[in-house]
Design a binder for this molecule. Structure first.
Ligand SMILES: NCc1[nH]cc(CCC(=O)O)c1CC(=O)O
Ligand SMILES: [Zn+2]
Ligand SMILES: [Zn+2]
Length: 328
Protein backbone atom coordinates (compact mmCIF):
# COMPACT_ATOMS: atom_id res chain seq x y z
CA UNK A 1 0.00 0.00 0.00
CA UNK A 2 1.30 3.47 -0.86
CA UNK A 3 0.53 6.00 1.86
CA UNK A 4 -0.83 9.42 1.01
CA UNK A 5 1.23 12.40 2.04
CA UNK A 6 -1.48 13.40 4.50
CA UNK A 7 -1.31 9.99 6.20
CA UNK A 8 2.26 10.22 7.42
CA UNK A 9 2.92 11.81 10.81
CA UNK A 10 5.60 9.49 12.18
CA UNK A 11 8.47 11.12 10.29
CA UNK A 12 7.97 14.16 12.47
CA UNK A 13 8.58 12.41 15.80
CA UNK A 14 10.83 9.44 15.09
CA UNK A 15 13.76 10.88 17.05
CA UNK A 16 13.83 11.67 20.80
CA UNK A 17 14.72 15.28 20.00
CA UNK A 18 12.01 15.77 17.39
CA UNK A 19 9.58 14.45 20.02
CA UNK A 20 10.74 17.21 22.39
CA UNK A 21 10.16 19.81 19.66
CA UNK A 22 6.47 18.93 19.65
CA UNK A 23 5.88 20.79 22.92
CA UNK A 24 6.40 24.48 23.58
CA UNK A 25 8.89 25.75 26.17
CA UNK A 26 11.12 28.71 27.00
CA UNK A 27 14.60 28.98 25.48
CA UNK A 28 16.74 25.95 26.29
CA UNK A 29 19.61 24.06 24.71
CA UNK A 30 17.40 21.56 22.93
CA UNK A 31 15.84 24.38 20.88
CA UNK A 32 19.14 25.26 19.21
CA UNK A 33 20.30 23.82 15.91
CA UNK A 34 23.85 24.71 14.94
CA UNK A 35 24.67 25.37 11.23
CA UNK A 36 27.92 23.67 10.19
CA UNK A 37 29.87 24.21 6.95
CA UNK A 38 31.49 21.00 5.76
CA UNK A 39 34.08 21.15 3.03
CA UNK A 40 35.64 18.49 0.83
CA UNK A 41 39.21 18.83 2.04
CA UNK A 42 38.98 16.32 4.92
CA UNK A 43 41.58 17.94 7.17
CA UNK A 44 40.77 21.61 6.67
CA UNK A 45 39.71 24.17 9.24
CA UNK A 46 39.34 27.56 7.58
CA UNK A 47 37.94 30.59 9.35
CA UNK A 48 35.19 32.47 7.56
CA UNK A 49 36.09 36.18 7.72
CA UNK A 50 32.52 37.42 7.24
CA UNK A 51 31.22 35.07 9.98
CA UNK A 52 33.54 35.69 12.91
CA UNK A 53 34.09 32.58 15.01
CA UNK A 54 32.71 30.19 12.37
CA UNK A 55 34.83 27.89 10.18
CA UNK A 56 34.59 25.56 7.23
CA UNK A 57 35.39 22.10 8.51
CA UNK A 58 36.79 18.99 6.85
CA UNK A 59 35.13 15.72 7.74
CA UNK A 60 38.16 14.54 9.74
CA UNK A 61 37.94 17.63 11.93
CA UNK A 62 34.32 17.19 12.98
CA UNK A 63 35.06 14.99 15.97
CA UNK A 64 37.48 17.46 17.55
CA UNK A 65 35.21 20.39 16.79
CA UNK A 66 31.85 18.98 17.82
CA UNK A 67 32.91 16.58 20.59
CA UNK A 68 33.29 19.33 23.24
CA UNK A 69 30.02 20.95 22.14
CA UNK A 70 28.14 17.66 22.43
CA UNK A 71 29.63 17.36 25.94
CA UNK A 72 28.13 20.77 26.75
CA UNK A 73 24.69 19.76 25.56
CA UNK A 74 24.61 20.30 21.79
CA UNK A 75 21.59 18.38 20.51
CA UNK A 76 21.42 19.10 16.79
CA UNK A 77 23.30 20.42 13.77
CA UNK A 78 22.34 21.34 10.23
CA UNK A 79 24.96 20.57 7.59
CA UNK A 80 25.83 22.74 4.59
CA UNK A 81 28.20 21.39 1.96
CA UNK A 82 30.98 23.58 0.68
CA UNK A 83 32.50 21.71 -2.27
CA UNK A 84 35.76 23.30 -3.35
CA UNK A 85 37.25 20.55 -5.52
CA UNK A 86 34.35 19.42 -7.64
CA UNK A 87 32.96 19.86 -11.12
CA UNK A 88 29.82 22.00 -10.81
CA UNK A 89 27.22 21.70 -13.57
CA UNK A 90 23.72 22.75 -14.53
CA UNK A 91 21.95 20.15 -12.39
CA UNK A 92 24.16 20.27 -9.31
CA UNK A 93 25.48 16.73 -9.78
CA UNK A 94 27.98 16.92 -6.88
CA UNK A 95 25.13 17.52 -4.37
CA UNK A 96 24.49 13.80 -3.90
CA UNK A 97 27.96 12.48 -4.69
CA UNK A 98 28.38 9.58 -2.24
CA UNK A 99 31.94 10.83 -1.60
CA UNK A 100 30.82 14.44 -1.21
CA UNK A 101 31.26 16.27 2.10
CA UNK A 102 27.61 16.18 3.23
CA UNK A 103 27.05 12.45 2.79
CA UNK A 104 30.42 11.62 4.36
CA UNK A 105 29.67 13.97 7.27
CA UNK A 106 26.23 12.45 7.90
CA UNK A 107 27.74 8.98 8.17
CA UNK A 108 30.63 10.14 10.30
CA UNK A 109 28.45 12.10 12.74
CA UNK A 110 25.93 9.29 13.06
CA UNK A 111 28.79 7.00 14.06
CA UNK A 112 30.58 9.46 16.35
CA UNK A 113 27.60 11.00 18.16
CA UNK A 114 24.65 8.59 18.23
CA UNK A 115 22.44 11.02 20.17
CA UNK A 116 23.08 14.02 17.92
CA UNK A 117 20.21 15.00 15.63
CA UNK A 118 21.55 15.50 12.11
CA UNK A 119 19.70 17.77 9.74
CA UNK A 120 20.91 18.55 6.24
CA UNK A 121 20.18 21.64 4.23
CA UNK A 122 19.07 20.56 0.77
CA UNK A 123 19.80 22.94 -2.07
CA UNK A 124 21.57 23.00 -5.41
CA UNK A 125 23.19 26.47 -5.32
CA UNK A 126 26.42 25.21 -3.74
CA UNK A 127 26.71 22.66 -6.56
CA UNK A 128 25.42 24.36 -9.71
CA UNK A 129 27.73 26.10 -12.19
CA UNK A 130 25.34 29.08 -12.25
CA UNK A 131 24.86 29.26 -8.48
CA UNK A 132 21.05 29.22 -8.61
CA UNK A 133 19.02 26.99 -6.31
CA UNK A 134 17.26 25.05 -9.10
CA UNK A 135 17.62 24.01 -12.72
CA UNK A 136 17.37 26.71 -15.38
CA UNK A 137 15.70 27.06 -18.75
CA UNK A 138 17.98 28.10 -21.59
CA UNK A 139 16.95 31.71 -21.07
CA UNK A 140 18.18 31.59 -17.49
CA UNK A 141 14.79 31.42 -15.79
CA UNK A 142 13.98 28.74 -13.21
CA UNK A 143 12.56 25.43 -14.45
CA UNK A 144 10.52 24.60 -11.38
CA UNK A 145 9.23 21.07 -11.94
CA UNK A 146 12.51 19.32 -12.79
CA UNK A 147 14.13 21.39 -10.05
CA UNK A 148 11.77 19.95 -7.43
CA UNK A 149 12.42 16.42 -8.70
CA UNK A 150 16.19 16.88 -8.66
CA UNK A 151 16.03 18.35 -5.13
CA UNK A 152 13.94 15.38 -4.02
CA UNK A 153 16.62 13.03 -5.41
CA UNK A 154 19.27 14.79 -3.35
CA UNK A 155 17.10 14.77 -0.22
CA UNK A 156 16.55 11.03 -0.61
CA UNK A 157 20.29 10.38 -0.75
CA UNK A 158 20.86 12.40 2.44
CA UNK A 159 18.06 10.51 4.16
CA UNK A 160 19.49 7.19 2.97
CA UNK A 161 22.90 8.20 4.32
CA UNK A 162 21.27 8.59 7.73
CA UNK A 163 20.15 12.20 8.03
CA UNK A 164 17.38 12.53 10.63
CA UNK A 165 16.02 15.55 8.81
CA UNK A 166 16.14 17.02 5.33
CA UNK A 167 15.55 20.75 5.01
CA UNK A 168 15.07 22.15 1.50
CA UNK A 169 16.05 25.83 1.28
CA UNK A 170 15.58 26.26 -2.48
CA UNK A 171 12.02 27.67 -2.51
CA UNK A 172 11.04 25.80 -5.68
CA UNK A 173 7.29 25.24 -6.07
CA UNK A 174 6.25 21.70 -5.24
CA UNK A 175 9.45 20.50 -3.62
CA UNK A 176 7.91 19.62 -0.27
CA UNK A 177 5.39 17.33 -1.92
CA UNK A 178 8.09 15.84 -4.16
CA UNK A 179 10.42 15.14 -1.24
CA UNK A 180 7.71 13.72 1.01
CA UNK A 181 6.59 11.44 -1.82
CA UNK A 182 10.08 10.11 -2.47
CA UNK A 183 10.71 9.55 1.27
CA UNK A 184 7.46 7.60 1.63
CA UNK A 185 8.03 5.58 -1.53
CA UNK A 186 11.49 4.57 -0.33
CA UNK A 187 10.45 3.50 3.14
CA UNK A 188 11.82 6.60 4.90
CA UNK A 189 8.58 8.54 5.39
CA UNK A 190 8.27 7.50 9.02
CA UNK A 191 11.94 8.03 9.84
CA UNK A 192 13.11 11.22 8.19
CA UNK A 193 11.74 14.60 9.26
CA UNK A 194 10.99 17.15 6.56
CA UNK A 195 11.68 20.72 7.67
CA UNK A 196 10.61 23.26 5.10
CA UNK A 197 12.19 26.67 4.67
CA UNK A 198 8.62 27.74 3.99
CA UNK A 199 8.78 31.50 4.24
CA UNK A 200 12.27 32.29 3.04
CA UNK A 201 12.63 35.87 1.94
CA UNK A 202 14.95 37.36 -0.69
CA UNK A 203 17.06 39.04 1.98
CA UNK A 204 20.19 41.12 2.10
CA UNK A 205 21.17 39.16 5.19
CA UNK A 206 22.57 36.06 3.45
CA UNK A 207 25.83 37.70 2.31
CA UNK A 208 28.18 36.09 4.85
CA UNK A 209 26.60 32.68 4.21
CA UNK A 210 27.09 32.94 0.43
CA UNK A 211 30.66 33.91 1.14
CA UNK A 212 31.10 30.91 3.40
CA UNK A 213 29.38 28.41 1.11
CA UNK A 214 30.49 29.86 -2.24
CA UNK A 215 26.85 29.88 -3.33
CA UNK A 216 26.27 33.37 -4.71
CA UNK A 217 24.44 33.28 -8.09
CA UNK A 218 26.76 33.99 -11.02
CA UNK A 219 24.09 36.20 -12.61
CA UNK A 220 20.78 37.71 -11.57
CA UNK A 221 19.29 37.24 -8.12
CA UNK A 222 16.90 34.92 -6.29
CA UNK A 223 13.86 37.20 -6.37
CA UNK A 224 11.82 34.89 -8.63
CA UNK A 225 11.87 32.13 -6.01
CA UNK A 226 12.63 33.66 -2.60
CA UNK A 227 9.79 35.82 -1.27
CA UNK A 228 9.57 39.62 -1.60
CA UNK A 229 10.29 41.17 1.85
CA UNK A 230 6.99 43.03 1.94
CA UNK A 231 4.87 40.02 1.03
CA UNK A 232 2.88 38.94 4.07
CA UNK A 233 0.11 37.26 2.09
CA UNK A 234 2.51 35.26 -0.04
CA UNK A 235 4.39 34.14 3.07
CA UNK A 236 1.15 32.97 4.67
CA UNK A 237 0.21 31.09 1.50
CA UNK A 238 3.65 29.47 1.29
CA UNK A 239 3.33 28.31 4.92
CA UNK A 240 -0.13 26.86 4.33
CA UNK A 241 0.99 25.23 1.11
CA UNK A 242 3.93 23.48 2.78
CA UNK A 243 1.65 22.24 5.55
CA UNK A 244 -0.64 20.64 2.98
CA UNK A 245 2.34 19.25 1.04
CA UNK A 246 3.61 17.29 4.03
CA UNK A 247 6.17 19.40 5.92
CA UNK A 248 6.84 18.31 9.52
CA UNK A 249 8.41 21.60 10.61
CA UNK A 250 7.78 25.06 9.17
CA UNK A 251 10.60 27.61 9.04
CA UNK A 252 10.72 31.37 8.68
CA UNK A 253 13.97 32.98 7.48
CA UNK A 254 15.55 35.45 8.29
CA UNK A 255 14.18 35.93 11.77
CA UNK A 256 14.22 39.42 13.33
CA UNK A 257 12.89 41.41 10.36
CA UNK A 258 10.18 38.76 9.94
CA UNK A 259 8.88 38.21 13.48
CA UNK A 260 5.37 39.11 12.32
CA UNK A 261 5.56 36.27 9.80
CA UNK A 262 6.76 33.95 12.55
CA UNK A 263 3.78 34.95 14.68
CA UNK A 264 1.51 34.38 11.67
CA UNK A 265 3.05 30.93 11.17
CA UNK A 266 2.40 30.10 14.84
CA UNK A 267 -1.24 30.95 14.26
CA UNK A 268 -1.55 29.33 10.80
CA UNK A 269 0.24 26.12 11.76
CA UNK A 270 -0.29 25.89 15.55
CA UNK A 271 0.12 22.13 15.49
CA UNK A 272 3.63 22.18 14.00
CA UNK A 273 7.04 22.88 15.50
CA UNK A 274 8.14 26.25 14.18
CA UNK A 275 11.73 27.02 13.26
CA UNK A 276 13.39 30.39 12.77
CA UNK A 277 16.74 30.87 11.07
CA UNK A 278 18.75 33.59 12.76
CA UNK A 279 20.80 34.00 9.61
CA UNK A 280 24.42 34.83 8.89
CA UNK A 281 23.88 38.57 8.37
CA UNK A 282 21.92 38.86 11.61
CA UNK A 283 24.74 37.13 13.48
CA UNK A 284 27.41 39.25 11.77
CA UNK A 285 25.51 42.46 12.63
CA UNK A 286 25.26 41.56 16.30
CA UNK A 287 28.95 40.67 16.47
CA UNK A 288 29.94 43.84 14.61
CA UNK A 289 27.80 46.04 16.85
CA UNK A 290 29.31 44.47 19.96
CA UNK A 291 32.82 44.97 18.62
CA UNK A 292 32.00 48.61 17.91
CA UNK A 293 30.96 49.03 21.54
CA UNK A 294 27.28 49.60 20.77
CA UNK A 295 26.10 46.89 23.18
CA UNK A 296 27.16 43.76 24.99
CA UNK A 297 27.26 40.66 22.77
CA UNK A 298 25.69 38.33 25.28
CA UNK A 299 22.87 40.73 26.12
CA UNK A 300 22.00 41.11 22.45
CA UNK A 301 22.31 37.41 21.66
CA UNK A 302 19.80 36.71 24.44
CA UNK A 303 17.49 39.60 23.58
CA UNK A 304 17.23 38.68 19.90
CA UNK A 305 16.92 34.95 20.51
CA UNK A 306 14.29 35.37 23.22
CA UNK A 307 12.34 37.67 20.91
CA UNK A 308 12.34 34.90 18.32
CA UNK A 309 10.99 32.49 20.93
CA UNK A 310 8.39 35.04 22.03
CA UNK A 311 7.14 35.36 18.44
CA UNK A 312 6.49 31.61 18.40
CA UNK A 313 9.65 29.73 17.42
CA UNK A 314 10.21 26.36 19.05
CA UNK A 315 13.48 25.75 17.22
CA UNK A 316 16.22 28.25 16.30
CA UNK A 317 19.00 27.77 13.77
CA UNK A 318 21.72 29.88 15.33
CA UNK A 319 25.42 30.61 14.89
CA UNK A 320 25.38 31.59 18.59
CA UNK A 321 24.69 27.98 19.56
CA UNK A 322 28.20 27.30 20.97
CA UNK A 323 27.97 30.40 23.18
CA UNK A 324 24.47 29.52 24.37
CA UNK A 325 25.74 26.10 25.42
CA UNK A 326 27.96 27.98 27.89
CA UNK A 327 25.39 30.61 28.83
CA UNK A 328 22.27 28.54 29.37
N1 LIG B 1 19.86 28.08 -0.49
C1 LIG B 1 21.06 28.36 0.13
C2 LIG B 1 20.95 28.90 1.52
N2 LIG B 1 20.67 28.11 2.57
C3 LIG B 1 20.76 28.90 3.71
C4 LIG B 1 21.06 30.19 3.33
C5 LIG B 1 21.29 31.38 4.22
C6 LIG B 1 21.74 31.07 5.60
C7 LIG B 1 22.40 32.21 6.31
O1 LIG B 1 22.49 33.34 5.78
O2 LIG B 1 22.84 31.99 7.44
C8 LIG B 1 21.18 30.20 1.95
C9 LIG B 1 21.54 31.41 1.17
C10 LIG B 1 20.70 31.85 0.04
O3 LIG B 1 19.56 31.42 -0.13
O4 LIG B 1 21.22 32.66 -0.72
ZN1 LIG C 1 20.19 27.52 -2.68
ZN1 LIG D 1 14.51 35.24 -11.69
Amino acid sequence: MTLDISSVLQGGYNHPLSRQWQSRRGLDKSMLMYPIFVTDDPTSRVEIPSLPGQCRWGVDRLEGFLGPLVQKGLRSVILFGVPLNCEKDGRGTPADDPQGPVILAIKKLRALFPALFIATDVCLCEYTSHGHCGLLHEDGTIDSTPSALRIAEVALEYARAGAHCVAPSDMMDGRIKAIKRVLIDNGLGNRCLLMSYSAKFASGLYGPFRDAAGSAPSFGDRKCYQLPPGAKGLARRAIQRDVTEGADIIMVKPSLPYLDILADAAQLAPDYPLAAYHVSGEYAMIVAGARAGVYDLRVMAFETTESIVRAGATLILSYFTPQFLDWL
